[in-house]
Design a protein around this ligand. Structure first.
Ligand SMILES: [Zn+2]
Length: 179
């Protein structure tokens, strides 16, 4: 009688690297055209001034890369696990990639396992605007930059203490500057 050995485990590592070849921000032109970010640390949040940055979509296209424009101005979402910011553990500030407003501090960043940079609160309540997002079956809460109205990500109620919130952000919508 023949022994028929069936493979017990057929492990297929479907490394779904759907990272969409995240174009690094090598486009210096785009960087230089951006307004210089305000230097801030977590202790000086009271000094953050939220202005009003208005640009035409054509002007945004001049400043932002194609990928950044899609996320920030067309409410896009980058592929999970594609952001260079995911593994950053350095102290520093995360700025709006469109207008340079400080949005998040490394002090509130946590590993959510979702594949997007996650924070439990913004650097100050005034720097973000919350809007209901009805685009999918469930109603989500969209997070926009309070200064320029660009789409940054969404906030969910399954975050860690002390807020219980998870600000699930697109890395391409943020510029990190180490302390
Ligand atoms: Zn902004």
């Amino acid at each position: 009688m023949k022994n028929l050995f069936l493979p017990v485990f057929v492990v297929t590592f479907g490394l779904a690297v759907s990272c969409g070849a995240s174009q690094k921000k090598t486009d210096d032109d785009h960087q230089h055209k951006k307004e210089s970010a305000i230097s801030v640390n977590y202790q000086s949040v009271d000094t953050i001034k939220v202005g009003n940055v208005e640009k035409t979509e054509d002007e945004w296209k001049q400043i932002l890369s194609e990928e950044e424009y899609h996320i920030l101005r067309e409410d896009g979402t980058e592929p999970a696990f594609s952001s260079d910011l995911l593994d950053i553990k350095k102290e520093g500030i995360y700025y709006c990639a469109a207008c340079g407003l400080p949005l998040f501090s490394s002090e509130t960043k946590f590993e959510s396992g979702t594949g997007w940079p996650s924070f439990y609160k913004p650097i100050a309540p005034k720097v973000v605007t919350k809007k209901p997002d009805h685009r999918f079956a469930t109603v989500r809460t969209e997070i926009e930059c309070a200064q320029c109205g660009s789409h940054i990500g969404h906030v969910f109620n399954d975050g860690p203490k002390p807020t219980g919130l998870r600000y699930c952000m697109n890395g391409l919508a943020l510029d990190f500057k180490a302390k």
